[in-house]
Design a protein around this ligand. Sequence first.
Ligand SMILES: C[S@@+](CC[C@H](N)C(=O)[O-])C[C@H]1O[C@@H](n2cnc3c(N)ncnc32)[C@H](O)[C@@H]1O
Length: 267
Amino acid sequence: MNVPRPAPIEPAQVDPATLAAFGQLVRDRLGLEIGKSRDQLARKLWSTALDAGLAEAEPSSWVAVLGRASPLSRGWAAIADVVPNHETSFFRDVEQLQRAVESVPPGPGAARLLSVGCSSGEEVFSLVMLLHGRLEALWGRRAEVWGLDVSPAALARARKGWFPLGAVERAGAGPEAWQTRFLRPSGEGFVLREHVRERARFHEANLALPASLAVLGQFDVVLCRNVLIHFEPEAAKRAVNSLRTLVKPGGSLVLGAAEAPLLGALR
Ligand SMILES: C[S@@+](CC[C@H](N)C(=O)[O-])C[C@H]1O[C@@H](n2cnc3c(N)ncnc32)[C@H](O)[C@@H]1O
């Protein structure tokens, strides 16, 4: 049974100092710049407080409690689930994905690709579908595509591998007959077939905390698209430097079109 969410408080009920402190907390913790809209900030703070189980307390105490929360707490997860923009789609900017797949260098062992800020997994599954057949045909290699995100809720959706019909309607141009070769109908949507899901792996980590990324090892291609445009500029530069350490020698780092100038950022 769905429990209705209580009505949000009016933005005017949250004092400017609380909103500013929330914006700073999100910047420090995730590297994200939430923007200047007072209403949007108040709505995100309200949803975060609700998900963190704080809604009964005074708004002025929320940020202090969230600020003391440990990385494993409900408060931390609530910030990661509620605050970022999680918009994504299958085969988004597909020419760039295609070029990334074609750039995988030949070599021994499994070809490894990583999508940083993978949201609910569409980018990861798109890469698996684009890779399908190509690596075995060329070099007899196996492929593994990892997705990394800070949001536990987005990753839970990705691991399920189930998507509503609208996700197919919004998709970019995929490989020929991808909908029948790689998906099967399930309820009001579809699931990825087993041979696609078995190549996808997901990992929770925070791009603003380099130590949380290192456990995955290095990759032939690291993609980070439509993530750093939401970052505060200095945090974005630090993130690019962390991402560079995840790329194998001879591999490549791919940012979204609007983020590419960051590749020239100081190391
Ligand atoms: C707009 S989506 C982009 C999804 C996909 N890369 C694409 O281009 O379609 C941005 C994702 O980045 C994730 N994200 C934001 N800040 C992050 C951080 N500090 N560490 C890891 N992931 C983060 C968000 O949770 C969100 O799912």
